[in-house]
Design a protein around this ligand. Structure first.
Ligand code: SAH
Ligand code: SF4
Ligand code: F3S
Length: 469
């Protein structure tokens, strides 16, 4: 089988990198070192994309600012997952009229998932004339060309052609952290959960070649990275579009066999495609973190069906049971949507009993937000906002109690953690399962894996002390 996903030809990427060089010269000729500010909204996919945008900006000679004030380039990398996300961006975009007035050469770009929404494109065209460029996620690799056109032609530029999507390898990356790295293994999504905007704004599912991913991981590990998170909207369907017989579990095992002291984790797993092979692989390799984000969304079969999730409560619970049986230390988290159109209080209560039954370590909880163009947005939605808020509060209270209980069970035990930063005068660290542990210690220890005895716990985090070697 041939690979189905188009890959951007290396010559076309070289053209973009040549434009970066032209932009550098443009600024050198003016005797100016330009600065850029990139603001990221949304999920880790966007964080990873922003690291590529910064890479392209750095190659074009830009330094980086902490905020939009005085910046020559401002990039807003946006999220469209809920209406609130869009509103925040429009609010902050409005405020940029002032920073631009104070620095007339400022060029403002909007990209990311919102840039793929037709109604956003229209609104920016009509009502936000200070936005100089807008490009959807499919056009990220063309950012040098977009920036160049804005700089030299003084016209607004829109790269919004809708397309199924491609893969661009070899873009420069400027990573935010030198211990932990994101590695996108695939882009887009084919699932069309009935509430979700992602497949519309990020296009069809497409996998990177395993060789490219492995080379990136090897390079990161050689450069001292200790924690790699593989990213995809549904990592379990990795490889389906490749001509080779490599699935996600095989890829994970290959990465776990790279020599060096590191952990690899991943998100997000879709319960429809996750299974025994994945969990056995996780259990087998010490370098695969025993952490699983397995979003269930809700605990009621009728609602799960209406969400187009392709699993039911029993199948989900069976998956969890098996995963825990092969990984007793597994840290399990989930996403929940409260108030899907037509959900009743009784149906919502099935979610409460499910989270009790599973005993998640933590939950990411959301109130349903209708997204234009998705099937769920057309469904009748009789529950009131007040009702949904009440359900939401009940869910959070229940989970807080569960999280606190689970965290309390850590006290007195010893865990291996990666010391990853400072917060005031305390060291921060993460357990293999991704739980935050604060402790006393010197910043010179950052970057090491060390044993820590847990001494205290709250709903959200743990405290501990170093076990002396
Ligand atoms: N691909 C991942 C999640 C991507 S979006 C997955 O399938 O699990 C992250 C989370 O946002 C989703 O899991 C869901 O819980 C939430 N979400 C997505 N669309 C939403 C909407 N319209 N309203 C409220 N929450 C939503
Ligand atoms: Fe959205 Fe579903 Fe795809 Fe996740 S799997 S990105 S929730 S459509
Ligand atoms: Fe948001 Fe796009 Fe991620 S919609 S959650 S930034 S994939």
């Amino acid at each position: 089988m041939e690979r189905k996903t188009p890959v951007i030809a290396p010559e076309r990427l070289d053209e973009q990198l040549a434009i970066c060089a032209k932009i550098r010269e443009y600024w050198q000729a003016r005797g100016v070192t330009p600065v850029a500010y990139v603001e990221t909204y949304g999920c880790q996919q966007n964080e990873a994309d922003s690291e590529r945008i910064r890479g392209l900006l750095a190659d074009s000679g830009y330094g980086f600012a902490q905020g939009p004030e005085g910046a020559d380039v401002v990039v807003m990398n946006t999220c469209a997952i809920r209406e609130h996300a869009n509103q925040r961006v429009f609010g902050n975009l409005g405020a940029l009229t002032h920073t631009k007035r104070r620095h007339s050469g400022q060029k403002i770009f909007l990209c990311g998932c919102m840039a793929g929404q037709p109604e956003v494109q229209e609104r920016v065209k009509k009502s936000f004339p200070h936005v100089d460029g807008l490009f959807s996620t499919h056009h990220l690799w063309q950012f040098p060309e977009i920036l160049w056109r804005v700089l030299t032609r003084g016209k607004r530029v829109f790269y919004i052609e809708d397309e199924p999507g491609s893969i661009a390898e070899g873009l420069p990356v400027r990573r935010d952290n030198d211990l932990k790295a994101w590695v996108s293994i695939m882009y887009g999504c084919n699932n069309f959960c009935s509430y979700c905007i992602v497949p519309y704004v990020r296009g069809r599912e497409r996998s990177r070649e395993p060789g490219e991913i492995l080379a990136e991981c090897r390079d990161l590990i050689a450069r001292g990275y200790k924690d790699i998170t593989l990213l995809g909207q549904n990592v379990n369907s990795y490889g389906k579009d490749l001509g080779e017989k490599m699935d996600f579990s095989d890829l994970l095992a290959e990465i776990a066999r790279i020599p060096g002291d590191f952990l690899v984790r991943f998100m997000t797993s879709h319960p429809r495609d996750a299974g025994v092979k994945l969990f056995d692989t996780m259990a087998k390799y010490p370098k695969i973190a025993k952490q699983l984000h397995l979003p269930v969304q809700c605990g009621n079969d009728r609602v799960l069906k209406a969400m187009n999730r392709h699993y039911d409560r029993a199948r989900y619970l069976e998956l969890v049971r098996y995963a825990k049986s092969v990984m007793p230390e597994l840290v399990l988290t989930s996403d929940i949507i409260v108030g899907f159109p037509g959900e009743t209080e009784e149906e919502f209560e099935d979610t409460l009993t499910l989270i009790e039954e599973v005993g998640y370590d933590a939950l990411f909880t959301f109130i349903y937000s209708p997204r234009p163009g998705t099937p769920a947005a057309k469904l009748p939605d009789p529950a009131t906002r007040e009702e949904k808020n009440r359900w939401f509060d009940r869910l959070c209270q229940t989970q807080n109690r569960i999280s606190e209980d689970r965290h309390r069970a850590y006290i007195g035990k010893v865990y291996r953690v990666l010391l990853d930063g400072m917060e005031g005068n305390l060291l921060t660290s993460r357990t293999e399962g991704g739980r935050l542990v604060r402790l006393e210690g010197d910043s010179s220890l950052i970057g090491q894996f060390r044993e820590v005895e847990i001494t205290g716990a709250t709903t959200w985090s743990l405290t501990g002390k170093l076990v002396e070697k």
